[in-house]
Design a protein around this ligand. Sequence first.
Ligand SMILES: Nc1ncnc2c1ncn2[C@@H]1O[C@H](COP(=O)(O)OP(=O)(O)OP(=O)(O)O)[C@@H](O)[C@H]1O
Ligand SMILES: [Mg+2]
Length: 290
Amino acid sequence: MIELTGLTKTFGDHRAVDDLTFTAPSGRVTGFLGPNGAGKSTALRMVCGLSRPDSGTATVDGTRFTDLPRPARVAGVMLDASAQHPGRTGAEALRLAAMAAGVDTSTVAPMLERVGLADAGGKRVGAYSLGMRQRLGIASALIGDPHVLILDEPANGLDPEGIHWMRGLLDDFAADGGTVLLSSHLLTEVQAIADRVVVLHRGRLVMEGDTDALRGEATQQLVQSTDLDALTSVLDEAGISHEAGNAGLIVDAPPASIGELALTHRLVLTRLEPSGGDLESAFLALTRSA
Ligand SMILES: Nc1ncnc2c1ncn2[C@@H]1O[C@H](COP(=O)(O)OP(=O)(O)OP(=O)(O)O)[C@@H](O)[C@H]1O
Ligand SMILES: [Mg+2]
């Protein structure tokens, strides 16, 4: 498992990661979620020993990454999918990763097959699509047969089929007792791939729990009506909390309750949709309740 304890990193006077404590347990896929600039990559780089924390510790299986005798056999890492040399073929890149990890290069062909690149192994990485580079990056992370995976934005650039594929791969990995920690700035991606979520906002932990709990936090509706003032009064009378959003009212109630209320009071709704699909409103809900 991966454990972060009081991890802190400051650049100049900007605290990018602020007293961050959480655990990514084995057997689970933990999503590390936060908007651009929240500090996800900074935290993951510290976990992988690429950057030194100002204070706090990060361990993999109880040991600091830099103290692991053969790190690639313990933890597979993908921090930047575009880091592969564009002039090498996918198979060459993976062969180098295998040698660096100290495993037999006979593992390369089955690994290309496993990530769906069997036909593209002879192609130069420079000619790969973004999604293919992500698959190659995951193959490089897996080549040492680790039981921990640390992936920074692995779903970036994947199409829906690719996301589905990744979920299957990571689920299998976790079902075998593996630990997965992956970052994303998209709530929908984390919902699709992870079963646990850690939410980071301005370097600080905002929430840690099951993905379903986050979905629950985000079940607010965006409501618009031809008579917003009347709708506001009706919601107030019904004791349903709401606030003004950019495109209408953000209402804390299931869609059916809002629809029934509108029907009873003969109000026309011009919009009724979940407002919790985006990270920002989930954050608002989280920080309000915090
Ligand atoms: N080497 C550095 N020097 C100075 N500031 C840095 C450095 N690395 C990161 N930062 C700053 O730290 C903050 C967090 O950056 P980080 O890359 O960790 O965010 P992130 O959550 O990974 O964002 P994204 O979703 O865009 O990848 C940002 O304000 C960034 O500008
Ligand atoms: Mg990042």
